[in-house]
Design a protein around this ligand. Sequence first.
Ligand code: ZN
Ligand code: ZN
Length: 357
Amino acid sequence: MKPLERLQAKLAEDGLEALLVTDIANVRWLTGFTGSAGTVVAAPDRACFFTDGRYTIQAGEQVGPLMEVRTTTTEAPLAAQVAELAGQWGLSSIAFDGDAVTVNTYRQWTEKIPGVELKPVQDPCAVLRMVKTPEEVAKIRDACRLTDAAFQHVLRLIQPGVAEYDIHLEIEFFLKRQGAELAFDPIVVSGARSALPHGKASEKKLEIGDFVTMDFGAKLDGWCADLTRTVAVGRADDRMREVYGQVLEAQRAAIDALRDGANGKDVDTLAREVLARKDLARYFTHGLGHGLGTVVHDHGRLSQTADMRIECGQVWTVEPGVYIEGFGGVRIEDDVWVTEDRPVILNEAPKELLILP
Ligand code: ZN
Ligand code: ZN
């Protein structure tokens, strides 16, 4: 089923007359529209797309075959046109994603769309988007392949004297040169700075005995990859090997537990238990993973606060980490597709501890 059909079935199931979709990632998922301004009003049996004059032609091509396209203008802005549509379709209520709309926009709508109840709901697209079609998974896999290639490419830079920022730039250059965007600003941290889970690349130069953590991903044809690897410069002492080995063991155990019907909180707990065997759980200061899709931190979390059922077709990152102030940190992250059979790791970058050059 196409995304629009899946959403329409869900609207019917939830008893919603219509949904106003404003989040641009949801709009793209629903329609294939790649512009920056678009809104969909979807009802169980029809849908209408709104954009402004900059995108009329593009929307006609990308969205036209799927649903009616209307252009908003200063004289007839979105709210006025939605009010008109509500009249034409005989709608008494329209739902919207309460997380995506500001209080001011909501106030404006209540004023400009009179006689229609505006209902904030939990975004119905988010849950649907979590389950990917095989075609969507293939696109994430393509993004993962390119990300793997970028990793292989920058390995040659790992040597004493090279700045974190040089590695960051090289990753960016490589991905963009291959026609991709960055899924997010890459993280490159080394030595004691590798204890910063989301540290920014700096002018610090790599030194013998440093851990270097690189976290980055390509966004290719709208789909994201998200990969983290930690490598060592020149040598790794026993403590570094112990920490690395335990993070890897936790990651492998968690990936293996990503099965249909599992619970995201339990998988997170499992990773913490493996780390606890070496008294490292207290240094694991973030959630185990997140949903991955057209945005890098997509809906869904694997964490102690997320009581969430794992289902076939979902794609998750699994990224345990240990961050010890003054010592450094290790994070290993893969993108994992949940299938009926077994969890499938979509990226192929090696995971044993690399000591470079
Ligand atoms: Zn990442
Ligand atoms: Zn991630």
